[in-house]
Design a binder for this molecule. Structure first.
Ligand code: UFG
Length: 358
């Protein structure tokens, strides 16, 4: 078995684990997954990470150990592997599943749609099959604001129609939400929270975990921090001729720690409200333009950023930000960390990465 955790640690904590609720976290070594593992541990849940490490590094587990004070349980498996996952369900007897594992690069999904359809759909289907088989009733699913495309009204709430997806990645999120809803309709004891993330940024305050983009980052904030540290020559702002106050696109940026905490709130809500299925927007409820993010980064870090204005990026929506009232009211969750704090933390993480790699 590909179990990475140390047996000694497992034994020494065995009694606590019997008392505690285990949560399988697929993609738990990824950016949002790892931050969620920290928050689960802090709330007394026992996270069980399942990750194939195809888009992250095993060093993340060392970072988690430093933050959490003990090494989390880790299985190096592909969660679409039914045989391997069967053993995980049998060994761990989870109370819930948080399913992050998925490919997430919008542009790559246009180039390689089948890779996205196969991975993102099959892994979810496998997890649902096992949840049904082992009577695991609570699912938190990692969805995305991309399900809305360019909404007609802003801020966008959960009742807004899901417009035609602009990428295969976006379509996988729409289809996965549907797969969850259909599965729950046929399995009355199951419940799910479909969490629609806006733009997660930042890093853990300790700088022990953060974003680890492979190659050239697609997303704005890692591109900014890599430019500031000298890994990239300059940032290109994709278009300044949009119908927005400064002409650049507007997004709702949310600190990854705030986002992670919402997963714990969602689990608590599912535990108290069995058999429910609801979608929740997770954002600050505030839109910031690309230029505002760049200027804020410069202001809070004192770094001058080398940037140019380039062409629009294909597939970008002009502006989107969340109405997160439902998550505030139903889950009792609200964001606590500012854009400034997220950019400071992202910068501290980038600096730590640079020093650990030099
Ligand atoms: N941007 C730049 N230059 C860059 C990178 C990004 O100007 O080098 C701009 C983009 O054009 C966009 C904004 O910064 O206006 C944010 O872009 P990101 O790539 O960081 O994020 P997106 O809003 O495109 O996408 C993110 C996630 C998706 C998710 C989507 C939901 O990456 O997974 O939010 O809205 F689906």
């Amino acid at each position: 078995m590909d179990r990475v955790c140390t047996f000694g640690r497992f034994l020494s904590r065995a009694s606590t684990q019997i008392m505690s609720k285990k949560v399988i976290v697929t993609g738990g070594a990824g950016f949002i997954g790892a931050h969620t593992v920290v928050e689960l541990g802090a709330e007394g849940y026992v996270p069980v990470i399942v990750d194939n490490f195809s888009n992250t590094e095993e060093g993340v587990i060392d970072g988690l150990e430093k933050i959490m004070g003990s090494r989390p349980i880790v299985y190096k498996h592909d969660c679409a592997d039914e045989q391997a996952m069967t053993k995980v369900f049998e060994n761990e007897k989870p109370f819930a599943v948080i399913h992050f594992a998925a490919y997430k690069a919008v542009g790559e999904s246009v180039q390689q749609p089948l890779k996205y359809y196969e991975n993102n759909l099959c892994s979810l289907i496998n997890m649902l099959k096992l949840m049904v088989r082992y009577d695991v009733h609570h699912l938190v699913f990692s969805s995305s604001a991309t399900v809305y495309s360019q909404p007609e009204r802003l801020p966008v709430d959960e009742n807004s129609p899901l417009l035609e997806a602009t990428s295969p990645y976006g379509y996988t999120k729409q289809v996965c939400e549907r797969i969850v809803r259909d599965t729950l309709r046929a399995n009355a004891q199951m419940g799910a929270a479909l969490l629609r993330y806006f733009n997660p940024i930042g890093a853990h305050e300790s700088a022990h975990i953060g974003e680890l983009p492979y190659g050239v980052p697609n997303n704005l904030v890692p591109f900014i921090t890599q430019t500031a540290i000298g890994l990239r020559e300059q940032l290109t702002i994709f278009g300044n001729d949009y119908n927005t106050p400064d002409g650049t696109c507007i997004r709702d940026y949310i600190h990854v720690t705030d986002l992670a905490k919402a997963h714990v709130k969602a689990l608590n809500w599912l535990d108290n409200n069995p058999s429910r299925c609801e979608a929740f927007n997770l954002g600050q409820g505030v839109g910031n333009s690309v230029l505002e993010v760049v200027k804020t980064f410069e202001h809070v870090t004192g770094q001058k950023l080398n940037y140019v204005i380039g062409n629009r990026r294909e597939g970008d929506v002009e502006q989107v930000w969340a109405d997160a009232t439902k998550a505030n009211q139903v889950l009792g969750w609200k964001t606590e960390l500012s854009l400034e704090k997220a950019l400071e933390d992202a910068w501290r993480w980038e600096q730590r990465l640079a020093s650990s790699r030099s």
